[in-house]
Unconditional design. Structure first.
Length: 275
C-alpha cells in the first residue's frame, strides 16, 4: 500500500538522456505502476564538458520521445517534458519545456568551476582552495547564486536548496547551525519566497544513500514554512525503482514543519493541494 496520500506526481527525474539509468519509457511505466497521475522527466540542461548533462544534440530527441510517451500513455497518466536548468547553462534552455526546475550544481570562483555535489573530497578541496578553509564564505557564495533564481521568470521550482550539504553526514563540511551560514541561507530563501518560487522537498540524496535528511534540512524546512514559502515533493529519481522514493516520510516531514499544503502541477501551472 502507498505510504503517501497527497502527492500524485513525480516531476524531478532523470533518464538516459542525462545521467539517469533508465529510459524515459521505463520511468513512465514505473510511475503508472506506482499509481502516480503525472510523470515528468526533468532533463539536465547542457553544460559544455559536463558528462552528467544532456548533450545539445540530444535535447530535441528527448523532447520528441517525451511527446511520443505523452500520447502513448495518455490513458494511464499525464506525461510532461521538463528541464532541470543549471545556472551555468545557456539561457536558451529555459524555453520549450512544460516546467522548469532551476538548480545550482556548481559555483565559479576566480574562473574555476567547483561542483557542489560531485564527491566529498572535491567539496573539501573547494572550501580549502577557493575559500581559504572558510566554509561559511563558501556557503555564502553558493546561496547568493541560488538566490539569483528569484530573477528567472521561467523558473517554477528551486532545486535542492541546500545541495552543498550533500556530504555533511556524519561529519559536516559546513556548519549549518552557525549564524553566518543561516544568514546566507535565509537571505536567499526570503528572496525566493518573495518571488513566488516553489521549493522542493527532495528525497534524492536519501534514496542514493548520501543522507538521512532530505533537502532542505528540517531546520530550513521550518524556516520556509515560517516565511510562507511554497513546497512540493520530488524524488530526483535516476532509476525506475525510486520515482516516488520517500514520499510518505516527506509528507510527514512537511507536516511536522508546519505545512498544510503541497504544490503540484496541473499541466499549465502549479496549484496547492491540501496535505
Ligand atoms: Zn540537481
Ligand atoms: Zn536532478
Amino acid at each position: 500500500m502507498k505510504s503517501y496520500k497527497t502527492m500524485t506526481q513525480s516531476l524531478h527525474t532523470h533518464s538516459v538522456f542525462d545521467d539517469g539509468k533508465a529510459a524515459p519509457e521505463e520511468m513512465v511505466r514505473a510511475s503508472a505502476a506506482a499509481g502516480l497521475k503525472i510523470f515528468g522527466s526533468s532533463l539536465h540542461s547542457p553544460i559544455p564538458d559536463e558528462s552528467w548533462t544532456c548533450r545539445p544534440e540530444r535535447v530535441e530527441p528527448f523532447k520528441a520521445e517525451m511527446q511520443r510517451l505523452k500520447a502513448a500513455y495518455a490513458e494511464q497518466l499525464e506525461v510532461y517534458c521538463g528541464v532541470e536548468y543549471d545556472l551555468l547553462s545557456d539561457q536558451a534552455y529555459l524555453q520549450g519545456f512544460d516546467y522548469v526546475i532551476a538548480s545550482v550544481h556548481g559555483i565559479v570562483v576566480d574562473g574555476a568551476t567547483w561542483s557542489m555535489d560531485d564527491t566529498r573530497e572535491r567539496s573539501r578541496r573547494m572550501i580549502v582552495l577557493a575559500f581559504d578553509g572558510d566554509a561559511n564564505a563558501c556557503a555564502k557564495t553558493y546561496f547568493q547564486r541560488v538566490q539569483t533564481i528569484a530573477e528567472i521568470p521561467e523558473a517554477d521550482i528551486v532545486g535542492h536548496f541546500d545541495l552543498l550539504t550533500k556530504f555533511d553526514e556524519p561529519d559536516p563540511l559546513f556548519n549549518a547551525d552557525s549564524k553566518r551560514y543561516r544568514n546566507a541561507a535565509l537571505t536567499a530563501m526570503e528572496a525566493l519566497v518573495r518571488a513566488g518560487k516553489i521549493f522542493e522537498l527532495n528525497t534524492g540524496a536519501v534514496s542514493r544513500g548520501y543522507r538521512t535528511e532530505f533537502y532542505p534540512s528540517n531546520q530550513l524546512l521550518r524556516d520556509l514554512c515560517d516565511l510562507g514559502g511554497k513546497l512540493t515533493i520530488t524524488s530526483d529519481s535516476h532509476a525506475a525503482n525510486t520515482v516516488d522514493f520517500g514520499y510518505g516520510e516527506a509528507e510527514q516531514a512537511a507536516k511536522n514543519a508546519g505545512f498544510r499544503e503541497i504544490w503540484q502541477f496541473d499541466g499549465k501551472k502549479f496549484v496547492p493541494t491540501e496535505l
